[in-house]
Design a binder for this molecule. Structure first.
Ligand SMILES: Nc1ncnc2c1ncn2[C@@H]1O[C@H](COP(=O)(O)OP(=O)(O)OP(=O)(O)O)[C@@H](O)[C@H]1O
Ligand SMILES: [Mg+2]
Length: 833
């Protein structure tokens, strides 16, 4: 395809001086290849470099990159991922190695790069991280979260214990997916629950365990789903892959193509065989409840009732049970029971996994949270579940807006940095419409649910229409009529919300029932009375001794509270964004539908993201932490800087000679414009730290050798002193026991040449003599000088005689033995004299 973009001079200017002001690396290999990919004008790897920046150019860049199978693109440190719907060879172990300890902007955009950046920031900078993966249903969030987890598992260290923890964390995915995912029109493996997983690491960056939080399972799927969709995967897996014994005992037929039931994964996590069986048995109970048919009958009193119709074929054994209600109510009770059992079972499953992977209390830990929640969705008929799911996505969009657009811009103003505001859409108004505790839609729903008297969805809708008659993001037939708008697409029992990602029409039917989420007390008591331990434990309120008349909190209230906790948790961590885009509606491999992607570009706010990013600074840090981290880079700030932190930072950066436009000094923080400058700074720090480490090692080694030498010298002096004393006491002349000169040279001993060990004083095994008894040249000379002339003459005569008789006299050698130790002198004297 012809390239839609040209590398115009302004682009070049920006590339070379503006956004990336440092010279481009020219070294061969990874850095060069990847950098060219980042700066490829037709398909820039970082949209911050796009020129001109228009919706069209942004879309074309994504399309061109997608065509080249480059599914990842950056906006600064936000990763955009376009679902290829085809397996690509970009997740190999070699790729993992390539991205390990990589420089985020020096390698090709990849999800591994953001995972690596987050992991290293956690390990080296001690900052808790969260990975926020957003996008509509089928955009690739779950796949992305698995890729992040597997990357982190691959790069952190290995060991028996660590590997076990990693396996447990990874295997929690297939188990939760089996119970919480289902095929929908949009996605064959759609997450029907929200999952937030905190992976906990120790100070070395080794995983210790984790905690999983789950958010509202779409339990209505248990009893009803749209044509073309399926129920949760586990039911099919159970029928096709459950053990023959289990199926026989549960009276279930084997159906479907052989597929794997996640029993093995459960075993890896730490489930006992009994727990696995119990879990699958309760799943079978839910399955069988669907087969329960009711028929109308009468009680003995003559009142109308419904009873369980005699089951067909092999499925016998229900007995004659009746309930004092009409069959529609009976079916309602049956469905409520099935939904309750399954959702409680799911909660039990998450808790059980948490028990296995939890970290022992008391250990200090760092946390990386990965959020994979159901994506924004619009169906033909949207109910309470879609309302909850889309509310959650609205909150996630809000967190993104707050952290990347609003807060960032407010911070520049707060810090006194020159700033031209960038316009963006703030979705707080929609969040407020839904969650306002006094007059939000959820609060109105709760009010209606708790109101005495007849409650139904009509009164709820009327209330909404009155409250939000003039709200910009709310519509209904009534408000449209008031505004004289003709719209056949909005039925009377519906309301429509203009979400950040599009308009969704919600049908209020079922809102009250689903929000109340009540189960007949008789049913919970019947479940509690069950002999099945697990089933019984799921219904503690069925215990007659614990009967409470208090109404449980509504589903909407609980969800709102858990979303608030989640948001608080996410705000406390350093966010990393992966924004997933769905390129087509038909799940077709490598098919890019521009209109669909453009809609997502718009509602995800990517244009605003690029604008703020381009005008803003990539990095900021408080002066004291910055100075603490980089002070070793200037002799003026190392080792101590006594002035203010701000002044210290200025002095430090002055010495490093960065271009002034790269830096901005706020009131409390230093701002660095481009990531390259930061990486340059980080590289210099690493080199300097290595130098300093060498210096510390050198000094330590010197100190260690010196102290060891001094200790040895002291010991040697003590030993020699004791030895000489001992020898003198035995009668050896003190003159023979003078200290021995150094073995190798007359030079004083040095650090590197420690003195010969005093053991040389001991008897030599080979010669049979001792070093002390061997005549030494200086002592011999001294001895000779002391001789009187007579004695000297006598000794010379003896020497002559000795030479004369050597080898000629039988006794000679025997008499001369000991010559070396002085005895020989006596021999000639005795023998000849
Ligand atoms: N990186 C990828 N490479 C290849 N295929 C992918 C990739 N990401 C997603 N897919 C394909 O897209 C499908 C849908 O992805 P996924 O289940 O992650 O969507 P989702 O965003 O989690 O949707 P939902 O909100 O419904 O749970 C996957 O089953 C897979 O076939
Ligand atoms: Mg998913």
């Amino acid at each position: 395809a012809p390239c839609p973009l040209k590398l115009v001079p302004s682009t070049l200017n920006m590339l070379l001086r503006g956004v990336y002001p440092h010279p481009l690396p020219v070294a061969a290999g990874r850095g060069w290849r990847s950098t060219t990919s980042l700066l490829d004008a037709a398909a820039v790897g970082d949209l911050v470099l796009l020129d001109p920046l228009t919706e069209e150019s942004l879309l074309q860049t994504l399309q061109e990159r997608f065509r080249r199978s480059n599914i990842y693109t950056y906006i600064g440190n936000v990763v955009i991922s376009v679902n290829p719907y085809r397996s690509l060879p970009i997740y190999t172990p070699e790729t993992v190695q390539e991205y390990r300890n990589c420089n985020f902007f020096a390698v090709k955009p990849h999800i591994y790069a953001i995972a690596d950046d987050a992991y290293r920031s956690l390990r080296d900078r001690d900052r808790d991280q969260c990975i926020l993966i957003t996008g509509e249903s089928g955009a690739g969030k779950t796949e992305a979260s698995k890729l992040v987890m597997s990357y982190v598992a691959a790069v952190c260290s290995k060991g028996e214990e660590v590997d076990k923890v990693k396996e447990q964390l990874l295997q929690s995915n297939p188990v939760l997916e089996a119970f919480g995912n289902a095929k929908t029109i949009r996605n064959d493996n759609s997450s029907r629950f929200g999952k937030y997983m905190d992976v906990e690491f120790d100070f070395k960056g080794e995983p210790l365990g984790g905690v999983i939080s789950n958010y509202l399972l779409e339990k209505s799927r248990i009893v009803r789903h749209v044509k073309g969709e399926r129920n949760f995967h586990i039911f099919y897996q159970l029928l096709a892959g459950g053990s023959a014994q289990l199926l026989r005992r549960s009276r279930l037929p084997r159906t479907g193509a052989a597929c794997v039931c996640p029993q093995d994964a459960m075993k890896v996590i730490g489930f006992s065989p009994a727990e696995v069986t119990a879990l699958l048995e309760v799943t079978a109970v839910v399955l069988k409840l669907g087969n329960v048919q009711l028929s109308s009958s009468y009680q003995a009193s003559g009142m109308e009732a419904s009873s369980i119709a005699e089951p067909q074929g092999r499925d016998k054994g229900w007995g004659q049970t009746w309930a004092p209600c009409l069959s529609p109510q009976g079916y309602y009770g049956r469905d409520a029971l099935a939904k309750n059992i399954y959702s409680r079972l799911f909660d039990w499953l998450v808790n059980r996994i948490n028990t296995s992977i939890q970290v022992k209390p008391g250990k200090q830990r760092k946390v990386m949270g990965v959020l994979d929640i159901y994506g924004f969705e619009i169906f033909q008929d949207n109910g309470f579940e879609q309302f909850i799911i889309n509310y959650c996505n609205e909150k996630l969009q809000q967190i993104f807006i707050l952290m990347t657009l609003k807060e960032e811009q407010e911070e520049y103003v707060r810090e006194g940095i020159q700033w031209t505001p960038v316009e963006f859409f703030d979705n707080s108004i929609i969040c407020n419409l839904i969650e306002n505790s006094k007059c939000g839609i959820l609060a109105m729903l709760d009010e209606e649910c708790l109101r005495p008297g007849v409650v139904n969805e009509d009164t709820f809708l009327t209330k909404l229409n009155q409250l939000f008659a003039t709200h910009k993001h709310y519509e209904s037939k009534e408000t449209q009529n008031a505004r004289r708008v003709m719209d056949a697409t909005l039925p009377s029992q519906c309301f429509r919300i203009h979400h950040y990602a599009g308009k969704v029409t919600y049908n209020v039917t079922g809102f009250i029932e689903k929000n109340n989420d009540l189960l007949f007390r008789d049913l919970s008591q019947a479940m509690w009375a069950s002999r099945h331990e697990l089933l019984r434990s799921l219904f503690p309120e069925g215990d007659p001794q614990k009967v409470s008349l208090k109404l449980p909190p509504t589903a909407g209230f609980q969800f709102k509270a858990s979303v608030a906790t989640l948001m608080k948790n996410l705000y406390s961590k350093n966010p990393n964004y992966i924004r997933c885009i769905k390129p087509n509606e038909t799940k077709t491999g490598m098919l890019f539908t521009p209109e669909l992607v453009l809609a997502q570009i718009r509602y995800l706010g990517l244009m605003e993201n690029v604008r703020v990013r381009r005008a803003g600074y990539a990095f900021r840090q408080l002066y004291d932490s910055f100075l603490q981290r980089y002070k070793m880079l200037s002799p003026r700030t190392w080792p101590h800087w006594t002035g203010s932190h701000r002044e210290g930072t200025k002095v430090l950066l002055e010495d490093l000679a960065f271009p002034p436009e790269e830096l901005a000094f706020g009131h409390t923080k230093i701002f660095i414009r481009s990531p390259r400058t930061l990486f340059d700074l980080e590289r210099r720090r690493q080199e300097r730290v290595a130098e300093l480490a060498t210096l510390i090692q050198k000094t330590f080694r010197g100190w260690r050798c010196r102290t060891q030498y001094q200790l040895m010298r002291k010991s040697q002096i003590i030993i020699s002193a004791w030895f000489r004393g001992h020898m003198v006491r035995r009668g050896v002349p003190a003159t023979l026991l003078l200290p021995i000169p150094h073995a190798s040279s007359r030079a004083p001993p040095t650090l590197l040449t420690p003195p010969a060990h005093p053991t040389s004083l001991h008897r030599s095994k080979r010669t049979g003599t001792t070093a002390l008894n061997r005549p030494l040249p200086r002592q011999c000379k001294k001895y000779r000088e002391q001789l009187t002339p007579q004695r000297r003459a006598l000794l010379q005569t003896k020497l002559h005689a000795s030479e004369l008789f050597k080898d000629k006299k039988a006794l000679y050698s025997k008499r001369c033995r000991g010559w070396g130790d002085g005895g020989g002198w006596e021999g000639p004297r005795g023998g000849t004299g």
